[in-house]
Design a protein around this ligand. Structure first.
Ligand SMILES: Cc1cc2nc3c(=O)[nH]c(=O)nc-3n(C[C@H](O)[C@H](O)[C@H](O)COP(=O)(O)O)c2cc1C
Length: 256
C-alpha cells in the first residue's frame, strides 16, 4: 500500500540524491586512486626496462631498487641525437606525439605513427661495475589493430640485439599478441640490426628465418600483419627519423 507521502517529486528527489552520492563516491575513488595508478604504471615501465636489459631475474622483487641502481634515464632530441635537459619522469611520449608543437610528421611514416614526438627518453643500463651494458630504446608502431608500445634493448655497439619487449598492445591473443610469448622473445638475442654497410637489415621472415641468419627472426604464424608491424617499427626507430642521429653520435661506447 503506498503512503500518501510518496509523491512524484519526492521519488525524483530521492533518485537525484542517490545519483549525486554515487557520482561523488566515484569521483573520490578516481581521485584517491590516481597516485596508486601512477605508481603502478611507473613500476610496470621499470619492470619492462629491466626485462629489456636482462635484469628482471636478478632484480627478483626489488624492481625499484635494481632500477635505481642500474638504470639512468636520459632525454634526447631525436632530430639531432643529442642528450638534452628535461624532466625524464614527467615526459609523456603519447601526449607529446599528439601535440603539434612538440612533434613532427615523419616524411616516411613506415611505423604508422602519424606524428612522432620530438623528444624521447632512453635508458642506459649499467653492469655491476658501472659500465654501460644495454641501451634500452622505447619503440612504438602500428600492429594490426592499434599502436604497439615496447622497448628494444641493444648492446653498446647499437647493433647487437639483447631483447625486444612489448609492453602495451591490442593485438589478438594467440595471434599478434604472441609478440609477448617467451619463445618468440627468445629468438631475438644476438641478432644484428645493421648489416656491414651500416644499413638497417633486421627482418621478420614469414615461414621462418634460415638457420644462422643474423638479421632474420621468424614471423609469428597466422599474424603476418603484426609481424610486419614489428619490422616496420624497428626500421623506423633505428632510422634517421628515429634514433638514427643518436646512434650515429654514440655508437661504440660513446655513452660510457
Ligand atoms: C579475429 C581475428 C583476429 C586477428 N588478429 C590478428 C592479429 O592480431 N595479428 C595479425 O597479424 N593477424 C591477425 N589476424 C589475421 C589477419 O587478418 C591476417 O589473416 C593474417 O595477419 C595473415 O597472416 P598469415 O599470412 O600468417 O596467415 C586476425 C584475424 C581474425 C579473423
Amino acid at each position: 500500500m503506498s503512503s500518501n507521502k510518496e509523491t512524484f517529486g519526492r521519488t525524483l528527489g530521492f533518485v537525484l540524491v542517490i545519483c549525486l552520492v554515487c557520482a561523488a563516491l566515484v569521483s573520490i575513488a578516481a581521485v584517491g586512486l590516481k597516485p596508486l595508478q601512477q605508481a603502478n604504471k611507473l613500476l610496470d615501465k621499470q619492470t619492462k626496462i629491466l626485462e629489456a636489459s636482462g635484469l628482471l631475474a636478478d632484480a627478483g622483487k626489488d624492481i625499484v631498487g635494481t632500477y635505481n641502481k642500474r638504470v639512468e634515464a636520459k632525454m634526447i632530441d631525436l632530430k639531432t641525437g643529442t642528450i638534452i635537459e628535461g624532466d625524464v619522469n614527467a615526459f609523456d611520449e603519447r601526449a607529446d606525439s599528439r601535440d603539434a608543437a612538440k612533434s613532427t610528421k615523419p616524411s616516411s611514416d613506415i611505423a604508422g605513427l602519424n606524428r612522432r614526438a620530438d623528444r624521447a627518453v632512453v635508458y642506459l643500463v649499467k653492469n655491476e661495475q658501472g659500465q654501460l651494458d644495454t641501451i634500452v630504446l622505447p619503440i612504438v608502431g602500428s600492429g594490426l589493430w592499434d599502436l604497439m608500445y615496447g622497448f628494444v634493448g641493444l648492446s653498446p655497439d647499437f647493433n647487437t640485439v639483447q631483447s625486444v619487449v612489448y609492453s602495451d598492445l591490442k593485438e589478438t591473443p594467440g595471434l599478434g599478441a604472441e609478440v609477448l610469448n617467451p619463445n618468440w622473445k627468445a629468438l631475438w638475442p644476438g641478432k644484428k640490426m645493421f648489416n656491414e654497410q651500416g644499413d638497417i637489415a633486421i627482418k621478420i621472415v614469414k615461414g621462418g628465418a634460415k638457420k644462422g641468419d643474423i638479421h632474420g627472426v621468424d614471423a609469428l604464424s597466422g599474424a603476418t600483419l603484426t609481424s610486419n608491424g614489428v619490422q616496420r617499427t624497428l626500421h623506423f626507430w633505428l632510422g634517421n627519423e628515429g634514433y638514427g642521429p643518436f646512434i650515429a653520435k654514440f655508437r661504440n661506447g660513446g655513452l660510457n
